[in-house]
Design a binder for this molecule. Structure first.
Ligand SMILES: NC(=O)c1ccc[n+]([C@@H]2O[C@H](COP(=O)([O-])OP(=O)(O)OC[C@H]3O[C@@H](n4cnc5c(N)ncnc54)[C@H](OP(=O)(O)O)[C@@H]3O)[C@@H](O)[C@H]2O)c1
Length: 226
């Protein structure tokens, strides 16, 4: 039987590519997005509306998916701040980024826990960022987007706590850094084609084992320091 993956933020960028690659590989794909793709979804890809910042939207999705096994959940949807920099930081904008990048993945994972329990060797992949690493994030990156960095650091903690809480269900959690990827977010100067990043992330997810649950890995398989 085909395995099933759910990808958030699947309308463009990395999420779209992941959905496409999984579908091409024979998976059943549930592609979630804020709006239905203008040209419809590719063959074999099911669209489900989801606004990850809205707990009601998450609950409604979970209700529609009741009883359906889920093998992989990719919490991919993410945003940066409209304006970065300490002086331009706005409290509501900061919290909006955390709602999308941190709270959304946490609530969605909890909401779909029963579906993951029905899956085989289930994996939750939280798409994080090296920008959220306290040890590595500032090494060669002068980004000053406080909300983005904090949201991804907090997502790492959510990954670790979820790894412990979902261990009895056999659900493996990963935080994954996709590299600097050529998408709307990564920009044209990014070094990694989206196809390569998605392919690498799929390999890591496929190789995930319960004993590594809670790990923070980069697209090239390297362990990223917290
Ligand atoms: N690109 C990079 O270099 C890079 C590096 C490190 C980490 N990442 C992470 O990789 C993930 C994917 O990034 P990307 O480069 O593909 O970004 P992107 O091109 O900007 O795409 C972001 C996706 O997230 C969706 N999204 C944003 N807010 C949402 C919300 N409230 N509810 C539902 N969907 C929402 C967007 O949907 P709409 O079309 O509706 O806006 C879009 O599909 C993100 O978590 C990002 O932080 C990216």
């Amino acid at each position: 039987m085909a395995r099933t993956v759910l990808v958030t933020g699947a309308g463009r960028g990395l999420g779209r590519e992941l959905a496409w690659q999984y579908a091409t590989g024979g998976w059943q794909v549930i592609a979630c997005g804020r709006s239905r793709p203008v040209h419809g979804t590719e063959t074999g890809i099911e669209f489900q509306p989801l606004e990850v910042a809205d707990p009601a939207s998450i609950s409604a999705l979970a209700a529609r998916l009741t009883g359906r096994p889920l093998d992989v959940l990719v919490n991919n949807a993410g945003v940066r701040s409209p304006l970065s920099g300490l002086d331009r930081l706005q409290p509501e904008e900061f919290l909006d980024v955390l709602r999308i990048n941190t709270l959304g993945p946490l609530l969605l994972t909890r909401a779909l826990r029963a579906n993951l329990r029905l899956g085989s060797s289930p994996v939750v992949a939280n798409i994080g960022s090296r920008a959220g690493s306290m040890a590595e994030g500032l090494l060669d990156d002068d980004d000053d987007d406080y909300a983005y960095r904090c949201s991804k650091a907090a997502l790492n903690m959510a990954t670790v706590q979820l790894a412990r809480d979902l261990q009895p269900d056999g659900i493996t959690l990963l935080s994954l850094h996709p590299g600097w990827v050529k998408t709307d977010m990564g920009g044209a100067e990014a070094v990694l084609p989206v196809e390569e990043s998605a392919k690498a992330l799929r390999s890591i997810i496929a190789a995930a084992k319960p004993e590594y649950s809670g790990a923070f890995l980069a697209f090239d398989g390297r362990s990223v320091s917290w």
